[in-house]
Write a protein that binds this ligand. Structure first.
Ligand SMILES: Nc1nc2c(c(=O)[nH]1)N[C@H]1C(S)=C(S)[C@@H](COP(=O)(O)O)O[C@H]1N2
Ligand SMILES: [Mo]
Length: 333
């Protein structure tokens, strides 16, 4: 698959090589990330970040599955965003609207045990435990760009499996043209859900057209940086749609519904002029209040904004542009 490699500096490649190399060493030695730990001395920054974050979250069976994931060729070679940013600078409004709220306000959140309710236009319906949903799925690590509609971006090493491999199990019928996802609704554990001035209606809703959902890049993540997801990143399972703005990548999924009609997403509902159903990353279509032509690649600071050009479909045009052939992308934003 063709990918555009833009401005990669030599030390960045080294960081990534170190990260991947470490993963291979760990796998060869048959050690889990938890048991093996990481010697920080010879590692680049990515290795150091992992060394500091052996939190041991998630059930043991999931930690083992995640730590033995294979490395996918479908990965960007760009520098990984440091672990501290990936897990400390988040959008998860159920825990509050500040970037630090999700990591600070999620200690009560319980992601184990977990089940997902599946229904609508499919042959196999019901409530499925996470362990059951992951049975038979080969977990892989994929390094994707994540582009938030707010014009910042990260590069994240996710661990999971293609969404289509999850959806095919439920045997969607020919009536199913869309798939709708809902985040868990648990106001006692998610303070943002009961906030008096809540920005969004809960549960958080997102959706994809069936052909988008079946595209190989659409991914279900259960981990990142070699560990099960933390609450702030959408534990225990979330969607990752790398060619769309980040808000399509719905977290902590509790319900999946196949349907004929296009679902209305939470952000569309809150402001349909600013947030559309498709929300494909597009540098030529501005948000009504800001340009989408460039993005701040985190980490960025006052002294080094690290501003880069935003790519069509977030750099995944070769893979996904065909899904939108003949569509007016300015009207279908
Ligand atoms: N349920 C839910 N999912 C969500 C959000 C949210 O507020 N609630 N925020 C979205 C937005 S705007 C972005 S940019 C990404 C951020 O994912 P990350 O914090 O894991 O980087 O999650 C998306 N998924
Ligand atoms: Mo976002």
């Amino acid at each position: 698959m063709g990918r555009k490699l833009h401005t990669i500096k030599e030390h960045e490649v080294t960081d990534k090589a170190v990260y991947l190399n470490r993963r291979q060493i760990i796998k060869a030695a048959g050690l889990s990330a938890i048991a093996g730990g990481f010697a920080a001395s010879s590692a680049g920054s990515a290795g150091l970040q992992r060394a500091e974050t052996m939190g041991g979250q998630g059930p043991e069976w999931l930690r083992q599955r995640v730590s033995s994931a294979s490395i996918s060729k479908i990965s960007t070679p760009e520098t990984l965003t440091p672990y501290e940013y990936v897990t400390g600078y988040n959008n998860f409004y159920e825990f509050g609207t500040d970037k630090s709220d999700p990591s600070e306000n999620s200690s009560k959140f319980k992601s184990d045990p977990w089940s997902v309710e599946v229904g609508g236009d499919c042959e196999v319906t019901g409530r499925f435990q996470l362990e059951d949903l992951l049975k038979g799925q080969d977990l892989e690590e994929r390094i994707y760009r994540l582009r938030c509609v707010e014009a910042w971006s990260m590069v994240i090493p996710w661990i999971g499996f293609p969404l289509r491999k999850l959806l095919s199990r439920f045997k969607p019928t020919s009536r199913a043209r869309y798939v709708k996802f809902e985040t868990i609704y648990r106001p006692a554990e998610m303070p943002g859900q009961s906030a008096y001035f809540a920005t969004l209606d809960y549960p958080y809703v997102e959706g994809l057209r069936m052909d988008e959902a079946l595209h190989d890049l659409a991914f279900i993540a259960v981990g990142l940086y070699g560990e099960p997801l933390l609450a702030q990143n959408g534990a225990p399972l979330r969607l990752v749609v790398p060619w769309k703005y980040g808000f399509k990548s719905i977290k902590s999924i509790a319900r999946i519904t196949f349907q004929k009609h296009r679902p209305q997403s939470s952000w569309q509902k809150s402001n349909s002029k600013e947030y559309g159903f498709f929300s494909n990353v597009n540098p030529k279509v501005s948000h009504p209040r800001w340009s989408q032509a460039t993005e701040r690649r985190l980490p960025s600071s006052l002294f080094s904004s690290n501003r880069i050009e935003t790519l069509m479909f977030n750099g995944y045009a070769d893979e996904v542009a065909h899904l939108y052939k003949g569509m007016n992308l300015r009207m279908n934003y």
